[in-house]
Design a protein. Structure first.
Length: 550
């Protein structure tokens, strides 16, 4: 009679302890009945449990992973008395099966299907059980013809069974679940356990000893979600806020690789779309302000431990007006996410998320999301000037064809034209336009040049040339539409031609050959002088004669 009370008291204590366990803890263990244990000590019985491959670990945590371990058990000896007393009946045991769905994608009303099997794998039908949930309410159930029963997330099924070896299998682990199971032996210490892919049934052995309560837990891991987001910052080189004529679009893509905890290659989850685009709007400020656009690749779900590496790359923007700002990070960013397994449930947990190239960037990362910030600079389409630099004027008349040459020199870093020299040819008075090819400007500003007419050698007769240096200025402005406009005023150079009377040509005198050293021109002068003297003398004589006759 005393032994019977002890057994009843022990079983009630075990049930009370397990009821508390169902309501308040995820660490499930086998709780011995103090009364039955005392009875066993009195009669000298022992409950023996043999675990193949691994002795029950003396630890307080469940294994994170491993293979399903086959468990065999030796049924406890029946407590007997000396003859002629009859053999006493075997005390039933208690088994509790808990279903827990872990992770970000767990649904409160989700349910999983299980089957209770004997040691040979045959479903045990018609077994009643009590369902305990998160509330104080309970319900009753009975295994189906194939031994099946269903538990919702957070529910526990409490079975009263004959002492024996059983198997509990989860036969419809849902979605991308991975399932971790664990149970406890008669001392309350954990044994067995493992992680199995959700695509296969999860079959776990368990022993229900005489008068004791055993437990088994199924942790279905739905994975942990992680969001990968984008931010776009823009500015321009124009020094003023502008409004573009079109809305620019920026394209991004994402790739990924992953290694498991053991260093092996594993699948790397990617967002539903590996590419996305952002439009920053037509307004482009002079400097970086708030993000011009935000977006996201979406979420990825991690369901196993490992190191996941993602590379996000911005494509070269179309049109040639946009460039990546290297001072705020490159056009390719690398994100590393480390995922571990919870040491009790094996649920996926993000340990860290880090951008590998943060130089100058505003990238951020937490254990739930990461944001890559890309910076782009708008440079307007270059403006080209190919107009008149010098207005060349020629005044005067009576000159023949005359060509003049000119030179231009950039000042203070102004862009050089395609040619630094020019020419103009005049055959009459007038004005001509002189250019030096094309000038190309990429930014607003005032650009200075000097121009001059080259001094000819030899200097032409009758020309008065203006060879002094002249200033030439090009002004480039940015329109509100982000386009560049060019304006300038040509320099003026004027040359004048004055016709002159040329001196008569000089005739060269030749010296005749006279046999002496007297030049020929001296001889001629003497002859002429003598002749003149003769004529004058004759005239004087005639005048004297007329006077004398009169």
């Amino acid at each position: 009679m005393k032994s019977t009370r002890r057994r009843q008291t022990g079983l009630r204590r075990a049930r009370n302890v397990l009821t508390c366990f169902v309501a308040f803890t995820f660490v499930l263990q086998l709780v011995p009945s103090a009364g039955l244990k005392a009875m066993a000590e009195e009669v000298g019985d022992t409950a023996q449990t043999t675990v193949s491959e691994q002795t029950a670990a003396q630890a307080d945590v469940l294994p994170a992973s491993g293979n399903v371990t086959t468990v065999t058990a030796t049924a406890p000896k029946l407590p007997v008395t000396e003859a002629p007393l009859a053999v006493q009946s075997v005390e039933p045991g208690e088994m509790m099966v808990r279903n827990s769905i872990q992770g970000d994608n767990a649904q409160a009303d989700a349910s999983c299907k299980f089957v209770l099997e004997d040691a040979d794998g045959t479903g045990v039908a018609g077994v009643s059980y009590t369902i305990y949930g998160s509330s104080t309410n309970t319900s009753q159930g009975t295994t189906g013809a194939d031994g099946s029963f269903t538990l919702k997330n957070g529910e526990t099924a409490d079975f009263i069974l004959d002492p024996a070896s059983y198997k509990v299998a989860e036969i419809d682990a849902q979605g991308a679940y991975s399932t971790t199971w664990a149970n406890a032996d008669s001392t309350g210490e954990h044994y067995g356990g493992g992680t199995v892919a959700a695509s296969a049934p999860v079959s776990c052995p368990i022993v229900v000893p005489c008068g004791y309560a055993s437990s088994i837990s199924f942790f279905n891991n739905t994975g942990v979600n992680f969001s990968i987001d984008l931010e776009k910052y823009v500015k321009n080189t124009l020094g003023k806020d502008v409004t573009l004529g079109t809305d620019p679009s920026f394209d991004f893509n994402i790739t990924g690789t992953a290694t498991g905890a053991d260093g092996s290659t594993i699948d790397c989850p990617l967002p539903a779309s590996s590419s996305t685009s952002l439009s920053s709007g037509t307004s482009v400020p002079a400097g970086y302000g708030a993000a011009a656009a935000t977006g996201s690749f979406g979420t990825v779900t991690f369901s196993q431990p490992g190191t996941y590496t993602y590379t996000i790359t911005e494509a070269e923007p179309a049109g040639g007006n946009w460039a990546n700002d290297a001072g705020h990070g490159s056009s390719s960013r690398v994100l590393t996410v480390v995922v571990a397994a919870d040491h009790i449930t094996s649920a996926s947990v993000i340990s860290s998320a880090v951008w590998d190239n943060l130089s100058g960037a505003n990238d951020t990362a937490t254990t739930s999301s990461a944001t890559a910030s890309f910076y782009n600079i708008y440079t307007p389409t270059p403006a080209t000037f190919a107009g008149t630099v010098i207005n060349k004027t020629v005044e005067g008349s009576g000159f023949g064809s005359q060509t003049f040459s000119f030179t231009i020199t950039p000042q203070d870093g102004a862009p050089e034209p395609t040619s630094t020299t020019g020419t103009a040819t005049f055959t009459e008075a007038g004005t001509q336009s002189i250019d030096f090819g094309a000038f190309t400007f990429t930014e607003p500003g005032t650009y200075s040049y000097t121009v001059k007419e080259d001094a000819p050698n030899p200097y032409p007769d009758g020309w008065q040339l203006d060879t002094a240096e002249k200033d030439f200025t090009v002004t480039v402005t940015a329109g509100d539409d982000g386009k560049l406009a060019v304006s300038s005023t040509p320099a003026t150079i004027t040359n004048t031609y004055t016709k002159t009377t040329p001196n008569p040509p000089k005739v060269a005198k030749k010296t005749p050959c006279t046999g002496d050293e007297t030049p020929m021109d001296t001889m001629a002068i003497l002859v002429l002088s003598a002749g003149a003297l003769f004529l004058v003398s004759g005239a004087i004589r005639k005048r004297r004669d007329r006077r004398s006759q009169g």
